[in-house]
Ligand binder design. Structure first.
Ligand code: GLC
Length: 504
């Protein structure tokens, strides 16, 4: 008999409906990869839930339910709509809190707190409304982590409830805004946890604490968050959870990102036809108004402009290496200070730098196909997706050895790797790359090695599937850990009732 595993997959964004960052890539491609693992023994029924952000066109969506959440004495209305993604059901939740915020992520913490608390709780309620029972609630980042917490609260109230939860960490430093009062207003008790005191009112730590399994998006990141430098204050908590903490590397959508078929490229190519690839470089130089020259190493950056990404390190480093021959194509928007620093560099070196501060998926693909080297000097990088796409497109990555970058790029085999987050280390790696570049045969070996590496989802999706299977068979009871903790609930917000009484 075929076993069916039902998974409710919650995210703030998912391609192709809406994408701001890497979470959107993963939430768009992992559920499809999981569904494809279905066979005669196990069928994975994965259903994605997203907020109906203002930018999503609701036209073709089918209304499926209207329901309300109890908030104190008030009933808060929620609406659910259904669409699909390659045959996979995708639900969209709407409500006043979602309509009020406008953008996917707002710089206004209050709006974001309202929106994502509402979204997490409404998404958790949705299965009851559509008469479908998940085995697993799969949450992603702080925006949806509260669903794991609320799921546990429901489990405590109803011993027959057998629904497990997973929280995947894509970007730990974003722990979410203070939702202490919101918990109270939605009648969610504050649990007695072994979290640090300050973390007990933040959605991400609460979700991590309540979840049956925690997944970091690469094995190295899973190890890094056990330490102060990357643990965001939760390192001790993670050290207590190593039995349920997993590192599963993200994959990329190898159908969409395929240089043989990508319609954004001037010329399609594969690893056996690298001269065809070279035409994309000339076309990119021309498109950007850079001197057209196959012999100048063309460096690319495709990135959110965020201190996380270490763009400042690259900008400073390049300025110091001005005597060397290189060109730079940088595509990315975000932090105004970083954007300004990039523009200043372009002003100072107008004949070798082009900065495009916007979101442009087509230009991104042309950079992967045309640049010789992709720079990713990240301060931290839970997984990183650009380096994998770059390798698939024969663009050699130069990365800092952190998180997923460490797991996917190997010095002298597929790219260039440096360790310390500073200009000196970055420049040493860049010098190695620029020195090797004229050796066409050696460079092509790097390109071909990268192009031959399998970055598809299959292996990683299988690891998630194995985890789903294990969780569907047995639930974790995190309060056991908390019962042993020294923390006394009465020290905390006395007016909030602890979830369980004794023991402390
Ligand atoms: C976040 C992380 C990035 C990761 C992505 C998807 O954007 O910063 O490293 O690849 O999430 O998991």
């Amino acid at each position: 008999m075929t076993q069916t595993i039902n998974v409710l997959f919650l995210a703030a964004e998912a391609e192709p409906f809406i994408k701001v960052g890497g979470l959107g890539d993963v939430a768009g491609s992992l559920p499809r990869a999981l569904k494809e693992l279905s066979n005669n023994e196990v069928k994975y029924d994965i259903r994605v839930v997203l907020p109906l952000h203002a930018a999503i066109k609701a036209g073709s969506l089918k209304p499926v339910s209207m329901f309300s959440l109890q908030r104190g004495a008030v009933e808060v209305q929620a609406e659910a709509y259904e669409g699909s993604l390659d045959g996979l059901p995708v639900y969209f939740i709407n409500g006043d809190a979602i309509r009020a915020s406008g953008s996917v992520y707002s710089s206004n913490n209050k709006l974001d707190a309202e929106k994502y608390v509402f979204f997490s709780l409404a998404a958790l309620e949705l299965p009851r409304q559509i008469n479908w029972t998940p085995d697993i609630i799969h949450c992603n980042d702080w925006h949806t982590a509260l669903a794991a917490y609320s799921n546990l609260v429901e489990r405590w109230g109803d011993r027959k409830r057998r629904i497990a939860s997973i929280v995947t960490i894509h970007n730990l430093p974003f722990l979410g805004p203070d939702i202490g009062e919101k918990l109270e207003s939605y009648n969610l008790p504050l649990a007695s946890t072994d979290l640090p005191h300050w973390a007990r009112i933040l959605p991400m730590p609460l979700g991590l604490w309540a979840s049956d399994a925690i997944v970091a998006v690469s094995p190295t990141y899973a190890a890094e968050i056990l330490h102060e430098e990357f643990g965001c204050g939760l390192q001790e908590f993670f050290r207590n959870r190593t039995d349920t903490l997993h590192g599963i590397l993200n994959g990329i959508d190898t159908v969409s990102f395929d240089p043989q078929t990508d319609s954004a490229l001037q010329v399609n190519y594969n690893a056996d036809d690298l001269p065809a690839r070279a035409k994309n470089k000339l076309a990119l130089q021309e498109l950007l108004g850079l001197p057209v020259n196959p012999d100048v190493p063309l460096l690319g950056i495709v990135s959110r402009m965020d201190p996380q990404k270490g763009i400042d390190i690259a900008l400073k480093g390049l300025r110091m290496l001005k005597k060397q021959n290189w060109q730079l194509a940088l595509l990315g928007a975000g932090d105004p200070k970083l954007e300004a620093a990039a523009r200043k560099l372009q002003e100072d070196f107008p004949d070798r730098i082009r900065i495009e501060t916007r979101f442009d998926a087509k230009l991104a693909r042309r950079i992967y196909a045309g640049a010789d080297l992709l720079l990713m000097p990240s301060r931290y990088e839970p997984c990183g997706i650009s380096q994998m796409i770059a390798m698939r497109y024969g663009c050699v990555p130069l990365v800092r050895a952190v998180g997923g970058l460490h797991d996917t790029v190997t010095e002298a085999e597929t790219g260039f790797v440096f360790v310390s987050a500073n200009v000196k280390a970055f420049n040493e790696a860049l010098r190695r790359a620029l020195t090797l570049f004229p050796d066409r045969a050696a460079w092509q070996t790097l390109q071909k090695n990268g192009m031959a590496t399998d970055f598809g989802w299959r292996a990683s999706a299988q690891q998630y599937a194995n985890l789903y299977k294990r969780l569907a068979e047995g639930l974790r009871e995190p309060y056991r850990a908390a019962e042993n903790s020294k923390w006394n609930v009465r020290e905390d917000k006395a007016k909030l009732q602890p979830i369980y009484g004794g023991g402390e």
